[in-house]
Design a protein around this ligand. Structure first.
Ligand code: GLN
Length: 509
């Protein structure tokens, strides 16, 4: 079936282009996760340090940033499908992200929000298109596609592993801004890799604009290929305003009460998506309908999983900084690298496991894997909740709990994320594949609303920079216990209903 193999240059049995995308994404994720590791601590310790509700404000901004950084991928996917094509989108996105990281290196509150906005718009163009590009390297039905995505996922996590270690080290020893600047250089390295792939012509005719006519067509006297970058940059101040205009930050009254503008927008977007997907579902053929339904379902489960998983950059980083006896072994920001480290160690064994089970005709169906993933996430938070029992007199828990928690959570992630990423490209009709990829990333966007909600519940009211220990231990571990119950419950429900789903969906899974 591996038809592409005959016509394209390959490396380790995969299209050569995969390795350029691998390195481009590795460096992009380096920048993304290097910055993410510092973000919460930077807000708590610098940007909002004078507020007594600094945890609360941080949770709100973190949620809005995270939601928008993934929601923008829907627009980036659409614009790429219709006008720019994947290559130009990746260049545009990467450039905007690099600018964002460098602006973050400027010590100023306004620069802070502008930088986040640059990263949001940039990620919108970069992330969905590089993932779709991986799928496009393989012909339909190519058996190498799943392992291609596993390799790609390794690239993501090599970036996610090294970046918090280096950026975290720079931040502690020299200041946050050096950490952010390094993230910017990482993004530039990613662009250089992508560009060199194009120069070496490893992508063939993939990723070009869908129609040169549309690409060059003028709107308002400006060709679309130029207009889109201009509009993207113009949207930055607006997004920065939206991010910063939260009552808890501004200290004023807002007609939204405790709601963020982003939270409100997400409710509206959610309804719009449901309406749009319903019309697509109604107009699809019956197989397409089943496939799309499955794509939507796995995206829903994924949302819940990320909602707990993405706490790693917020509440879990704060827990690490305030309640984990890191003993100089790592800084709180650096603990962000643990998840990626375990993914690197386990991604290949687990993808082998699926291959092995497939041969024996025992490979679990996708929803079943997703149910198990949620159970594992529940178990991981249970472990973190248990750490309270081993706290010392100062309310500090042994580092081992956090390490084991990340190990279990990462196994859960491998049951879901790479499987889903590959599935989504094959479950979606070709004409809307980038849109579906956008919906897939929307699962992360909505997840950040969950993260924000939890972050606000577990916010500690204090201006004391050194707050922690016994003052915060119970707040966090009680929260982890609740999360664990929700995740375990949801996972078990999915598993129980798996046989029924099999009956209804037949060979679509
Ligand atoms: N860690 C993965 C990545 O960076 C998935 C993140 C997500 O979608 N929330 O691509």
């Amino acid at each position: 079936m591996a038809t592409a193999q005959n016509t394209e240059a390959t490396l380790f049995g995969h299209p050569k282009g995969l390795f350029y995308l691998f390195f481009a994404e590795l460096w992009e994720r380096f920048s993304f996760y290097g910055m993410r590791a510092l973000l919460t601590l930077y807000m708590v310790e610098e940007i909002f340090k004078s507020l007594s509700n600094r945890d609360f404000a941080t949770a709100a901004v973190y949620a809005s940033y995270g939601s928008l950084v993934y929601a923008s991928t829907v627009i980036g996917g659409q614009v790429s499908d219709k006008i720019l094509g994947m290559r130009s989108s990746i260049f545009l996105g990467g450039a905007l992200m690099a600018i964002g990281h460098f602006v973050l290196a400027i010590e100023n509150d306004i620069a802070f929000f502008l930088a986040l906005a640059f990263i949001i718009v940039g990620n919108g163009f970069f992330k969905p298109n590089i993932s779709t590009f991986v799928g496009a390297l393989y012909e339909e039905g190519d058996v190498r596609k799943d392992s291609g995505f596993t390799i790609f996922y390794m690239g993501i996590n090599i970036g996610g592993w090294i970046a918090p270690l280096l950026c975290g080290w720079l931040a502690v020893n020299y200041g946050y801004h050096y950490g952010f600047a390094l993230a910017g250089f990482g993004m530039m390295a990613g662009l250089i890799f992508f560009w060199s792939g194009i120069k070496k012509n490893v992508f063939g005719d993939k990723g070009l604009p869908p129609s040169m006519d549309v690409f060059e067509r003028s709107v308002l006297g400006i060709p679309q290929k130029t207009l889109i970058p201009i509009l993207s940059v113009l949207s930055v101040p607006l997004i920065a305003y939206v991010l910063s205009s939260y009552e808890a930050i501004m200290g004023g009254e807002s007609f939204l009460g405790n709601e963020t503008i982003v939270g409100l927008i997400f409710k509206v977007i959610g309804i719009t998506i449901i309406v749009y997907l319903t019309t697509i579902l109604l107009n699809a053929t019956s197989t397409e309908r089943k496939k799309l339904f499955m794509a939507v379902l796995i995206t829903f489960f994924m949302t819940m999983f990320w909602g707990f998983h993405e706490l790693s950059g917020s509440v879990i980083t704060l827990f690490a900084s305030r309640n984990v006896a890191l003993d100089g072994f790592m800084t709180a920001a650096q603990t962000n690298s643990l998840n990626s480290m375990f993914i690197i160690l386990l991604a290949i064994p687990i993808s082998w496991l699926w291959g092995y089970l497939s041969k024996k005709n025992l490979n679990p169906r996708t929803p079943y894997k997703f149910g198990l993933g949620l159970v594992l996430a529940g178990a991981s938070f249970y472990i973190l909740a248990l750490s309270k029992g081993s706290a010392d007199a100062n309310g500090m828990v042994p580092f081992a709990y956090l390490i084991i928690m990340y190990l279990v959570l990462s196994i859960g992630e491998l049951f879901m994320s790479p499987v889903g990423l590959s599935k989504i490209t094959s479950l979606s009709p070709k004409r809307i594949v980038a849109f579906m990829m956008g919906i897939w990333f929307l699962s992360s966007a909505y997840a950040f609303q969950i993260v924000g909600f939890i972050g606000k519940q577990l916010a500690v009211d204090s201006t004391d920079v050194n707050v922690g220990g016994l003052d915060t231990l119970g707040i966090y571990t009680d929260g982890f216990m609740l999360i664990s119950q929700y995740s375990l419950g949801a996972g078990l429900i999915v598993i129980v209903f798996s046989p029924l789903m099999k009956k209804l969906m037949g060979d679509v899974h």
